[in-house]
Design a binder for this molecule. Sequence first.
Ligand SMILES: *Cc1c(COP(=O)(O)O)cnc(C)c1O
Length: 224
Amino acid sequence: MVDSTERWESVISPRLAEVRGRIERACRSVGRDPAGVVLVAVTKTLPVEAVQAAYSLGIRHFGESRLKELESKVPSLPNDAVWHFVGKIQSNKAKRIASIADVLHTVENDRQLAEFAKVDRTLAAFIQVNIDEEQQKSGIFIQDLDTVLSHVLKSYNVRFRGLMAIGRQTPDPEVARESFRKLAGLNRQIGGEWLSMGMSHDFEVALQEGATHIRVGTALFGSR
Ligand SMILES: *Cc1c(COP(=O)(O)O)cnc(C)c1O
């Protein structure tokens, strides 16, 4: 099938309405203002036409997890699009990522920071925490948070904004609640103002537990 922007708009439009409804209901259930939620549309593996369609429907925050894709998509949107990097940041690619992404969700070590420092721009950053200490996941363990935070706070062009985590991959979103709550508590303790947690299947629970940034792919675009 042809990847036209118009066709993607007809795919995304009803899905976006549904996602916005879910955000609104989740926020209302805990007395939060849905206007304070940043919806990051995760466009990894999707064609440029899908990204452009999402933009024309009003989305301004985009998430990518690979440098190549990020580099190919950034020029396709106007300057007011905000690009979030949500994938693992290998230090040999960190400098190029830092030169085009605006918000990094996956900071975890000082090798990355040393590479970011070579770029003359200020970046907003989340530290990724492997909250359930799952072997297959990236992110630091809680016990290392103080050390990594102190490195980030010392870096001259990376601004610490909060913590990020990925919930357990299970069909029941309630399973992630306790971990999300734990992350929110840690984030408060260390003065994080933003909190990145919640994906297509569990963002309501994340919002109820205090997420400011939710990272949503499948619910907006269909399965990859
Ligand atoms: C792919 C991805 C998402 C989006 O996942 P969906 O389940 O499609 O919403 C969110 N966060 C990260 C880190 C991802 O890699």
